[in-house]
Design a protein around this ligand. Structure first.
Ligand code: AMP
Length: 299
């Protein structure tokens, strides 16, 4: 695949209009044309309501690939009954403006009926990596993610896909799915983008009241404190995590779904106090009012 400067990011000036594909057939025709020109293709799957975290993935994709596609699809299959499918922010006009400025080549924005016609009957389910953390806290969530992302991978036929480490478990699950299904795509993890006070950017942060927004950075702060204590060998990681849960609940978070240290590749629990022999991460999920926040950091 070609990576010449002429064909790469520089070939498309920011503010040119991205092609908007609404159907799989349109997307495939577009990518087929790029393939004929031997151009490499990057995919950034999103649910829209774009922020600087999404745009950092776009920037990485643009620097690595000749052509960049951003998909915008609020995937009903990853929302449980009672979750925020109906109220999830939908900001098409500002999303498109941001993607135009970012120099994206195409936006894939299918209707739910295009992705899931009535007769659709297949679920992609990844075991192992989904047996903990959000796999427990949000039953069915990763089946919904793996199903939609496997479809997007097969529809776009991209060389590389870019995912945020903000959703680290999702990144691992998607990478496993692509490898297991022999989908020829490289799944690349990109660092979490944060507000100045440490809060990880999220489309759902708009749900927070002013008081909740003021409390929200404590989630990242407690993770950092816990990581420092664990690295210094102050206490067993399980005790440190329990202390962090208690600290958050005492200032108004609640309930905290989990704060746990896990292996950064396998997600096996890391609970002891000895020196770490493999990369580990601290994972957290906590409710603040009606909003559920997640975060994770390397230890
Ligand atoms: P979403 O629209 O929430 O489904 O997210 C789409 C992609 O953006 C996923 O790969 C997320 O992990 C990624 N993402 C969301 N928030 C951030 C962030 N703060 N920093 C980096 N990537 C993010």
């Amino acid at each position: 695949m070609k990576q010449s400067p002429a064909a790469g990011a520089a070939s498309r000036s920011p503010n040119a209009e991205p092609v908007v594909a609404r159907t799989v057939a349109e997307l495939r025709a577009l990518v087929a044309g790029w393939r004929r020109d031997a151009l490499s293709v990057g995919l950034v799957p999103t649910m829209g309501a774009l922020h600087a975290g999404h745009l950092s993935l776009v920037e990485t994709a643009r620097s690595a690939c000749d052509r960049t596609i951003v998909s915008i699809f609020v995937n009903p299959k990853q929302f449980a009954p009672g979750e925020d499918l109906d109220t999830y922010p939908r900001t098409w006009d500002s999303d498109l403006a941001a993607l135009r400025t970012a120099g994206v080549h195409a936006v894939f924005a299918p209707l739910p009926t295009e992705m899931y016609p009535t007769e659709h009957a297949t679920t992609v389910s990844v075991s192992g990596l989904t047996d903990c953390l959000d796999g427990i806290a949000r039953p069915g969530f990763f089946d919904g993610v793996a199903t939609v992302v496997s479809k997007l991978f097969l529809q776009a036929g991209a060389d590389r896909a870019f995912f945020g480490e903000k959703d680290f478990q999702q990144f691992l699950v998607v990478r496993r799915m692509a490898a297991d299904l022999d989908i020829p795509i490289r799944v690349i993890g990109c660092p979490t983008v944060r507000e100045a006070d440490g809060l990880a950017l999220s489309s759902r942060n708009t749900y927070l009241s002013a008081a909740e927004r003021a409390l929200a950075p404590h989630l990242h702060e407690e993770l950092q404190k816990a990581a420092a204590r664990i690295a210094a060998g102050v206490a067993a990681s399980a005790d440190t995590c329990a202390d962090a849960v208690a600290a958050l609940e005492s200032i108004g978070f609640g309930p905290v779904d989990y704060i746990e240290m896990r292996d950064a590749e396998t997600l096996a629990p890391v609970t002891g106090s000895g020196p770490l022999t493999r990369p580990a991460r601290l994972f957290a999920a906590a409710h603040l009012g009606t909003t559920r926040l997640i975060d994770n950091i390397a230890v």
